[in-house]
Design a protein around this ligand. Structure first.
Ligand SMILES: Cc1cc2nc3c(=O)[nH]c(=O)nc-3n(C[C@H](O)[C@H](O)[C@H](O)COP(=O)(O)OP(=O)(O)OC[C@H]3O[C@@H](n4cnc5c(N)ncnc54)[C@H](O)[C@@H]3O)c2cc1C
Length: 489
């Protein structure tokens, strides 16, 4: 355990014992480097544990890191069925638990250690000369008070799930949201299990349009079948449901595609009452119930709501690294170099071209944010992406630049990749979205192999950039265009 004195050997501090933090620790161990993992929760993967009932949409073959697997197989551990879909709880129980218990890792994982701040020993953010030679110092909240620990490299894998977005349309709390907290859950409560009594026979509104919202809605619809009187409202701020309902059978992860397909069916059968274009502005308490108002005054408020579940994404805690020199995208709050690849204003792909230490580097040598945190506010992070990030970043920390530069990852395609996420002009509809996915070879502006192949032929690509805009850049303004770039695939 590092303390306030300099460690004698090289030590990397890993913030967070989620799947990506533990993968980074496994890669460090495999390379013979020292590692100390600091986890705020009382056990591993606190975020996954909070939705342990949720069945993941990616099968085991995408969910296990290569270095972790090598460590585990040395203990006689057997890889679960590669095509099986674990719940988040099973991922912890069958993979992350045994990994954290491995003798090479277990003594170096510190639970109940919340990292508060990271800096360089003797250097505030302003001071330049010699800072790259200074150790990192982490201030950590523990049961015994705040401690300082030192390390020569820091990998921040603290995720974003701990900072859910509020439900207000402005990105702020809706008026009345804070006062109604006892009737609002954020994320994915266990609707069919421990949370059942909160929702059975009640009028429940789900706010959000991503996979978590979809999972909540499917669980509520199942509850409504068993528990008469359960009513399900769904508020989404957008009006275009193509992205929400997803790629269906074109999705490379069938379970992910099926989420949207099942949801569409429930909406069409009237079992879920959909409120489109419903950006929530205010919640008013009406006796024991709530009235939810949209910012659009032409939309009728939803009255008689008992409980609200907000699944509107999450945002990174940027306070940890405020004393470090980081380069973040101003609005995605991801590592800056990743932003063009993942900006949901430009991409609906969900698959992102493979990337490694170069894209994840900051002006502060030795500091990397990886995992869900590296995506900032952008959704669609996949564990497989994070495992490759961990491998490349640890190779860079070890000075193995050949391995660090060889980023290889073949992600499943989402079946959704449209360039223009704006609403179609009145009276016009856009064509169904095409597909994206698979590996990218060279073209850094491409999000996938299909996109790259199209660009090589001189076209605008398969959906991540328009013909009028040859590179995928945040500078590209999205204009409403009656004919959008056709997608390959
Ligand atoms: C509902 C849901 C379903 C998903 N399904 C899939 C799927 O099927 N397939 C897939 O590939 N991806 C899926 N994802 C996306 C992603 O892979 C997961 O979010 C994954 O858990 C991200 O791993 P991570 O290690 O980066 O972060 P996290 O799992 O969020 O772990 C971060 C850890 O850091 C700890 N921490 C936070 N702050 C601090 C601090 N200050 N100090 C110390 N510790 C701290 C937390 O307690 C936590 O244990 C899903 C995400 C969600 C939310």
């Amino acid at each position: 355990m590092v303390d306030s004195t300099s460690p004698s050997a090289f030590t990397a501090a890993v913030v967070g014992a989620g799947p990506i933090g533990l993968a980074a620790a496994a890669h460090l161990v495999r390379r013979g480097l020292g590692v100390e993992v600091f986890e705020a929760g009382s056990g591993i993967a606190a975020h996954l544990q909070s939705y342990s009932h949720v069945r993941l949409f990616s099968p085991w073959r995408y969910n296990v890191d290569s270095a972790a697997r090598a460590l585990l197989e040395g203990t006689g551990w057997a890889m679960p069925d590669p095509e099986g879909l674990p719940t988040a709880g099973e991922l912890v129980e069958r993979y992350l638990g045994p990994l954290a218990a491995h003798s090479a890792l277990q003594p170096h994982i510190h639970f109940g250690y919340r990292v508060l701040d990271i800096s360089r020993v003797g250097f505030d953010k302003l001071k330049t000369a010699g800072r790259e030679h200074a150790d990192f110092v982490l201030q950590v909240q523990t049961a015994e008070g705040v401690k300082e620990v030192r390390a020569q490299a820091v990998i921040d894998a603290s995720g974003t799930w701990g900072q859910p977005n509020p439900m207000g349309i402005h990105g702020l709390f809706a008026l009345g949201e804070l006062a109604a907290q006892e009737h609002i859950a954020y994320g994915m409560p266990d609707i069919l299990g421990s949370g059942r009594s909160s929702y059975a026979g009640r009028s429940v509104m789900v706010v959000g349009a991503g996979h978590s919202a979809a999972g909540n809605l499917l669980a509520l619809a199942a509850l409504a079948q068993d528990e008469p009187g359960t009513r399900v409202h769904w508020a989404v701020r957008g009006k275009d449901l193509r992205k929400i309902f997803g790629g269906g059978s074109a999705d490379g992860l069938p379970a992910r595609g099926a989420l949207g397909t099942r949801l569409r069916d429930l909406v069409e059968r009237g079992l879920i009452v959909l409120h489109q274009g419903f950006g929530v502005q205010a919640i008013e308490r009406d006796g024991g119930r709530m009235t939810v108002r949209a910012i659009d005054p032409t939309l009728a408020p939803v009255e008689g709501v008992d409980e609200i579940i907000v699944a509107a994404g999450s945002r990174p805690d940027l306070s940890l690294a405020r004393e470090l020199r980081t380069r973040l995208d101003p609005w995605i709050e991801s590592t800056e170099a990743l932003a063009d690849l993942i900006d949901p204003n430009l991409h609906s792909c969900g698959t992102v071209r493979p990337h490694g230490h170069k894209e994840l580097a900051h002006p502060e040598p030795g500091f990397f944010a990886i995992g869900a945190k590296s995506y900032g506010r952008a959704p669609n992070f996949l564990m497989a992406t994070g495992y490759e990030q961990a491998r490349s970043v640890v190779a860079a920390i070890a000075g193995d630049w050949v391995a660090a530069d060889q980023v290889q990852l073949d992600l499943p395609q989402t079946g959704v990749c449209s360039v223009d996420l704006s609403e179609p002009p009145t009276g016009q509809t856009y064509a169904a979205p095409g597909c994206c996915g698979g590996p990218v070879v060279q073209d850094t502006s491409a999000c996938c192999a299909l996109d790259e192949a199209e660009k090589a032929k001189g076209s605008g690509g398969c959906g991540c950039t328009s013909a009028a805009a040859p590179t995928a850049s945040k500078a590209v303004s999205l204009q409403v265009a009656p004919a959008k770039t056709s997608c390959c695939g």
